[in-house]
Write a protein that binds this ligand. Structure first.
Ligand SMILES: NC(=O)c1ccc[n+]([C@@H]2O[C@H](COP(=O)([O-])OP(=O)(O)OC[C@H]3O[C@@H](n4cnc5c(N)ncnc54)[C@H](OP(=O)(O)O)[C@@H]3O)[C@@H](O)[C@H]2O)c1
Length: 301
C-alpha cells in the first residue's frame, strides 16, 4: 500500500499543477495547493471537496509570501511538515533575445529560477527533518533543447536542470530524492500566456516582425500536438509514490524522441530544421517583409 504523503505544489491554480493537485488529493495524499490567484484557489478548493486538499496563497517571487507560507504549513500540519515539494510555478517568456527587455528577462528568472530556489531553501530544513523526503522540479524538454524565440525561457529551464542535478547529490545524504519533470507540449494556459508576451512585437518594424507573425502558426501547431495534463500527472504520481523516484521524467514519452534526435543528429542539421520551421531564413524574411533588414545573404536560404 502506498504511504500517504503531505505534498506542497507551487503554481497549482492552473494547468499541470492544478491537475496533479486534484489527482494526488484523490489518491489520498494531503495536498497543499498554492498559487497567487485567490479566485482560482477558491475554485480548486470547491472542486476538491471530499479530499484532503488545502489551498494557500504563495507567490514564489515574494520572500514575505514564502515566509508566511512556511509558518502556515507548520500550523496546518501541526509541526509535521511536508514530505514532498513540487516546484511547478513558472511561465514562458517568448521573443527574440534581442527584443526581450531586461525587465522581462529578470521577471522570467525571478519566477522560474530564483523563485524555485527560494521556495526550496525555505522548505529544506522541514524536508530534511522528515527524512526520505522528495523534491520534484518542473523543468521542460526546453531545459535540454533550445528553440528559437524561446531562448530566455529555455535558459531558465537549463538552470533548473543544473540546480536539480546539484541538489540531487547534495541532499542524498539525508535521503532526499530530487527528480525533474520535463514536459513536452501540454494543453494548459502556458501557450496563451507565452503568446501574450510577444503580442507587442507583432506590429513593429523590427527585423523579426515576420518571424513573430509566424509564431501564431507555430502556436497552432503547438496546440494541436499538445497532450492533456494527465500525462504529466502520471509522472508526478510516480515521482511521489514509487519507492525510488526517477531522476528525469519526460512526459509525454514521445517528447523524448526530440531529445534523442538532438543527441544523434548533427547540431547544424537541427539548426537548419528549426530555422526553417520558425521562418528564420533570409529568404523567408525577405519574402514576408521585402524592406526589412536582412539577417544574412538571401542566397543562403
Ligand atoms: N504547458 C507546457 O507545454 C509546458 C511545457 C514544458 C514545461 N512547462 C512547465 O510547467 C510548469 C507549469 O506550467 P503550465 O503549463 O501548467 O502553465 P499554466 O497553466 O500557465 O500554469 C502556471 C502556474 O504557475 C503559476 N505561477 C506563475 N507565476 C507564479 C508566481 N510568481 N508564484 C506562484 N505561482 C506562479 C500560475 O499561478 P498564478 O498565476 O495563479 O500565480 C499557474 O498556476 C511551468 O514551470 C512551465 O514552465 C509547461
Amino acid at each position: 500500500m502506498t504511504v500517504k504523503k503531505t505534498i506542497l505544489i507551487t503554481g497549482a491554480t492552473a494547468g499541470i499543477g492544478r491537475h496533479a493537485a486534484l489527482e494526488l488529493a484523490r489518491r489520498g495524499h494531503h495536498v497543499i495547493a498554492t498559487g497567487r490567484r485567490q479566485d482560482a484557489l477558491d475554485s480548486l478548493s470547491r472542486e476538491s471537496a471530499g479530499t484532503k486538499l488545502d489551498v494557500m496563497r504563495l507567490d514564489v517571487t515574494d520572500a514575505q509570501s514564502i515566509a508566511k507560507a512556511l509558518v502556515e504549513v507548520e500550523e496546518l500540519t501541526c509541526g509535521r511538515g511536508i514530505d514532498v515539494l513540487i516546484n511547478n510555478a513558472g511561465y514562458g517568456q517568448m521573443g527574440p533575445i534581442e527584443l526581450v527587455s531586461d525587465a522581462e528577462v529578470r521577471r522570467q528568472y525571478d519566477t522560474n529560477v530564483f523563485g524555485l530556489l527560494a521556495v526550496t531553501r525555505a522548505f529544506l530544513p522541514m524536508l530534511r527533518a522528515k527524512g526520505a523526503a522528495r523534491i520534484v522540479n518542473v523543468s521542460s524538454i526546453g531545459g535540454r533543447v533550445t528553440f528559437p524565440l524561446m531562448g530566455v525561457y529555455n535558459s531558465t529551464k537549463y538552470a533548473v536542470e543544473s540546480l536539480s542535478d546539484a541538489l540531487r547529490n547534495e541532499l542524498a545524504p539525508w535521503g532526499i530524492q530530487v527528480s525533474l519533470l520535463e514536459p513536452g507540449p501540454i494543453k494548459t494556459e502556458f501557450g496563451d500566456r507565452a503568446m501574450d508576451g510577444i503580442s507587442h512585437l507583432r506590429d513593429t518594424t523590427s527585423p523579426y516582425a515576420p518571424v513573430v507573425a509566424r509564431a501564431d502558426e507555430m502556436a497552432k501547431q503547438f496546440e494541436s500536438s499538445s497532450y492533456g495534463p494527465g500525462t504529466t500527472t502520471r509522472a508526478l504520481v510516480h515521482a511521489v509514490e514509487s519507492r525510488r523516484a526517477r531522476i528525469r521524467y519526460v512526459a509525454p514519452f514521445t517528447a523524448g524522441i526530440l531529445l534523442w534526435l538532438t543527441a544523434i543528429v548533427p547540431t547544424r542539421w537541427m539548426d537548419a530544421v528549426m530555422r526553417r520551421l520558425t521562418g528564420l531564413t533570409p529568404r523567408a524574411i525577405a519574402a514576408a517583409a521585402p524592406n526589412a533588414p536582412r539577417l544574412a545573404s538571401s542566397s543562403a536560404a
